[in-house]
Design a protein around this ligand. Sequence first.
Ligand code: SIN
Length: 566
Amino acid sequence: MTGIRLAAPAPGWSIDADVVIVGSGVAGLTCALRCTAAGLRTVVVTKARLDDGSTRWAQGGIAAALGDGDTPEQHLDDTLVAGAGLCDETAVRTLVTEGPDAVRRLIATGAHFDTDPDSGAIQLTREGGHHRRRIAHAGGDATGAEISRALVDAVRAQAVEFIENALVLDLLRDAQGHTAGVTLHVMGEGQHDGVGAVNAPAVVLATGGMGQVFAATTNPAVSTGDGVALALRAGAEVSDLEFVQFHPTVLFLGAGAEGQQPLVSEAVRGEGAHLVDADGVRFMLGQHELAELAPRDIVAKAIMRRMQEQGAAHMYLDGRHFGADMWENRFPTILAACRSHGIDPVTEPIPVAPAAHYASGGIRTDLHGRTTVPGLYACGEVACTGVHGANRLASNSLLEGLVFAERIAADLVEAAGRTPGVPTEPATVLPLIAPDARHGIQQTMSQGAGVLRSAQSLGDAADALEAVHLGARHDAAGSGKSAEPGVESWETTNLLCVSRVLVAAAQEREETRGCHWREDHADRDDAQWQRHLVVRLTDDHRLVVCRTDTAAFEPVQETLPKEQHQ
Ligand code: SIN
């Protein structure tokens, strides 16, 4: 049996299903609803509560060509520009053409978007990189919360089976290497408790992002890269992990602030707020034709540069001219978050700085969400469909989750009836990393692989991560002991795994493109780098980094093997 697994007790219970979906954001729940409606026995496994994923935190909205005069072609153009030469055009075309109907089906499922009181038409706003008003929103700035509410209600109404408070550990496969289910650990009392297994011939990873690898992020605490780490251990390919999007306007809570930070949606700029420096000067004017609404990477870089020039820890977002009514009605969530930290956007500019926000890369999939492991699918932020390229266009992520979840469900329904093989756990066991390494990993990643990177900073980060990794291996080899199995050590092991891959890819990419910014390679280098970095983990614990010229889902040409012992 190939693959690697986390050290964990043997499963003490098991259930059977046709498909197990890991994660309960827009991607996971949409897929679950479609599979259940088609008669597949579907089990959703989620790390916290059903409504606790990243989707709930999305503010700005969902992008789709729904407005008068807008077309999928224009949405495609904006997405390709933001993606800085690395989008898979076929994947983007799929997204933008299937997107509008997918949003209409979401509305039919019960999601209420903000509408114009007179015409009843869906209200649309703008965000960075969009040349048109194209972003549908709900509850002003609570779009994700409304989508999550509607999908959770529908899941309950359809009696979809779900297991909450469950950390998925590893993929099970049969003797032919086909997916046969997952192992998981359920926290708390209930029917299924401790380590168990869901046996199923298809697994959909919809586990969200990995923002928690950094010290400060907009992502919730559950976003520890578990899906990408699981897929790597199962032998799947991941791609484009170096492209981490740093959101330009995150509420600045102090230089040492850690963990999940409050987002100040790009929609605030879309409605006319200005970025100003410590002297009150609008520094985005003249930098890009869209000024504050330039693609996100350009705004984040401009903020960082101005911060460096002024020796400032943050910049400001000025929306005082909105007035109290607009703040209260259009941006109630952001207003409340700012006020809870003692800042009143009605009367003062909001201090903001970039923080880790979104993984543009992830597990490599085709247009049906299939990964390189048979029967294993990935959807949403955990996946790399080729839609985002080097930099995701704002508010394309909820849409990607919707569109590709439906495509995965269609593929699963078509493939239904496959007799599940006998599930087997991989023989090779990975030593666990002690939870007390977590803080150091996050600090290392923010210092070495943050918004601005260099060979030096990435090399330092790689060395520090390697030391943690080798320490765990030596402990396991010497005393036969590694950290005790448990949620915190499993999560820390996942964080270290994805951090090492991210840094290895960022070291390799010696250029500046999209949200990968190298101060020692300041320019985009299409001759060398109009290509993707694909990483996989071999059974003998090596990370293999390869380059491929195409985003299309083809076997990787191993033009640049680089190996590190995992
Ligand atoms: C925002 O509201 O600014 C975030 C939207 C996104 O990340 O797509």
